[in-house]
Ligand binder design. Structure first.
Ligand SMILES: [Mg+2]
Length: 203
């Protein structure tokens, strides 16, 4: 096994930007609520937390949103609207490709749901090129809780400073740092690339 550190990427706002407002607009168009109300129902209620922590299935999430909004579409239509809310952050996708070409193992650690993952797998080929994935809806634990970081350590077989981790949310990044992971709080791609270069001077 290579002695290079492994690189763990958060997904949302690191590799792909996302905006719930896009999905909310589409769902609102077929419901009795306006898009701001739909967005509030999805984001500010416990619904998304229950769904992304695996306590609620896709179908249950759909039924709950349907009940709260009067949405008229099918589950399949709902999945399409809810999943298609992403925009690639090309410099970061390029960074992952470069790291991979240099022999680094790369992983995804994300609070997410199965509709999003299904959509991303279909639309963005780069997403297939990681060595492994830890998703909150599968582990049943959301960042920044320790369990999901432990799941990543178990998957990649590394811990502490052998893991370099990029995440845009301070509390998620801190939870990694508290385990001894070398952590980059992602703000802008140029800055993250620069910080990573400093951590990997020989690359
Ligand atoms: Mg994020």
């Amino acid at each position: 096994m290579s002695d290079l550190p492994v690189i763990v990427f958060d997904l949302g706002k690191v590799l792909l930007d996302f905006d719930y407002a896009i999905g909310a607009r589409r769902i609102a168009g077929r419901s009795r609520r306006n898009s701001a109300e739909v967005q509030a129902i999805i984001e500010q209620s416990r619904l998304i937390v229950d769904y992304e922590s695996g306590r609620m299935s896709r179908k249950e999430f759909y039924e709950a949103v349907r009940e709260a909004t009067g949405y008229e579409g099918t589950l399949e239509e709902f999945s399409g609207s809810f999943g298609d809310i992403f925009t690639p952050i090309e410099p970061m996708i390029g960074l992952q490709r470069t790291l991979r070409e240099k022999g680094f193992r790369t992983y995804v650690l994300s609070n997410t749901n199965d509709m999003a993952v299904e959509h991303i797998r279909r639309e963005y080929p780069f997403f297939g090129n990681f060595d492994g994935y830890v998703y909150s809806f599968e582990t049943g634990v959301l960042k920044p809780q320790a369990g999901i970081y432990e799941a990543m350590e178990a998957l990649c077989g590394r811990r502490g400073a052998d893991i370099i981790y990029l995440d845009d949310r301070p509390n998620n990044a801190e939870a990694g740092a508290s385990r001894g992971w070398r952590t980059i709080l992602h703000e802008l791609p140029g800055r993250s690339c620069e910080l990573l270069k400093r951590m990997l001077p020989k690359c």
